[in-house]
Design a protein. Structure first.
Length: 400
């Protein structure tokens, strides 16, 4: 019997459009003999829409994506006994709201804040619904660049030293912060929003004026900011990992090619893609990367160690910095817990087709759900039958 796979994508994120591209790609390659695909598009306003046309990239070629809200069915997702069901939100006329589909497993293909950061995963956990990919904790830590670096540092995995501060600090302590950053790192520096992906809001600063502009720019995207030294003579290498905490493996490595000082949003999703629908596959790259076998093995090892340190599941992409002016020192830069295009091109280069990758990701989601179903989350007792409203000992002089 076919499994009903609800693909969640879009969302209230600056990476909304990238999510749409990744999701449409994945839905195109899912095995239609195995799965009934149910698209669930999350609008920028947080509405849930469903309908067959949402699997076609041409649907989104409109001047304003709000136009889709009148063209497709607004839905809710709710638990009904042992079932999780997609239901028409607005009842038409009299009678019950129409059920559109049961869900056997959710497949989040979302990027950025309010989506990839554990927000959506937490909701799916609350529904008791199996889902594909990283869980709440690994998603949240992976999205927060400073927490991610702290976890890896504790695990003995090399990362660049960094400073974290908040937009409020910048507003009241600008001069002292600039002086501290200059003293700690010198120029050039990299400024990043601490909890965004796709290179959004990231800038390189070669002097004080550029540093101030870069921090002002990053403040528009996040309240939490991260600054680190820029690696001079930089090479970037990416590697994907597939599996779970029990068993995982690393893909072939790639070297993305930059047209700017740093790998930008334009490099990743726009350059070379006039149709605007190829996602990360439009990025210019060397695949496989032109690196030694020793460096490849080192990067693949760090990739799997990073994956396990966060407790990841499904497929991720880990981005590395190579300091060519310091004996090709390797640093982990960041993790993408739901990478653009699901990094399928890295797995194709490793010998695994995109449909095979999607199958394995779905299988891993069901595997985790089965394992979690064996855990105990409640006790067969109810202390409320005998408890005081102010605790076991009550509260003297209190009246309920």
């Amino acid at each position: 019997m076919k499994k009903n796979v609800a693909v969640f994508f879009g969302g209230q994120s600056v990476e909304h459009e990238v999510s749409v591209i990744s999701a449409v790609q994945a839905m195109r390659y899912m095995d239609k003999d195995k799965y009934n695909i149910v698209p669930v598009y999350i609008t920028k306003g947080g509405e849930l829409l469903s309908g067959d046309g949402l699997t076609d990239i041409d649907t989104y070629r409109v001047k304003d994506l709000k136009q889709l809200e009148s063209a497709f069915t607004k839905v809710t997702v709710e638990r009904k006994g042992e079932r999780v069901v997609i239901t028409e939100r607005d009842k038409k006329g009299f009678g019950k709201r129409r059920e559109i589909s049961d869900i056997d497993i959710a497949f989040p293909i979302v990027h950025g804040t309010n989506c990839e950061d554990g927000t959506l995963q937490g909701w799916l956990e609350l529904l008791g619904l199996p889902y594909v990919g990283c869980d709440v904790v690994s998603s949240a830590v992976g999205m927060d660049k400073s927490l991610f670096k702290n976890v890896l540092d504790a695990a003995g995995i090399p990362v660049l030293s960094h400073t974290v501060f908040y937009a409020k600090d910048w507003a009241v302590e600008r001069d002292s912060l600039v002086a501290d950053l200059e003293s700690k790192f010198g120029y050039p520096m990299i400024v990043k929003p601490a909890n965004l992906g796709s290179s959004v809001g990231i800038s390189k600063a070669d002097n004080r004026d550029q540093l101030i502009d870069a921090i002002d720019n990053a403040c528009a995207f996040s309240q939490k900011l991260l600054v680190e030294r820029a690696v001079v003579g930089l090479r970037e290498i990416n590697c994907s990992v597939l599996g779970d905490v029990n068993e995982c493996r690393a893909s072939e490595c790639e070297e993305p090619l930059m047209t700017d000082k740093i790998l930008s949003y334009k490099d990743k999703y726009v350059a070379g893609d006039k149709g605007g629908s190829k996602g990360m596959t439009s990025l210019k790259r060397k695949l496989p990367a032109e690196i030694s076998e020793q460096m490849k093995a080192e990067i693949q090892d760090y990739s799997c160690r990073t994956f396990k340190a966060l407790g990841c599941c499904g497929v991720v992409r880990i981005d590395f910095l190579i300091d060519t002016q310091n004996d090709d020192k390797v640093y982990v830069n960041e993790i993408n817990t739901i990478p653009g295009s699901l990094s399928f091109y890295l797995w194709e280069a490793t010998g695994k087709s995109y449909p095979q990758l999607l199958d394995e990701m779905i299988d891993l989601g069901f595997k985790r759900y089965r394992a979690k179903s064996n855990l105990t989350f409640t006790y067969d007792t109810n202390i409320l039958t005998s408890a005081s409203p102010f605790g076991a000992k009550g509260a003297k002089g209190s009246k309920f």
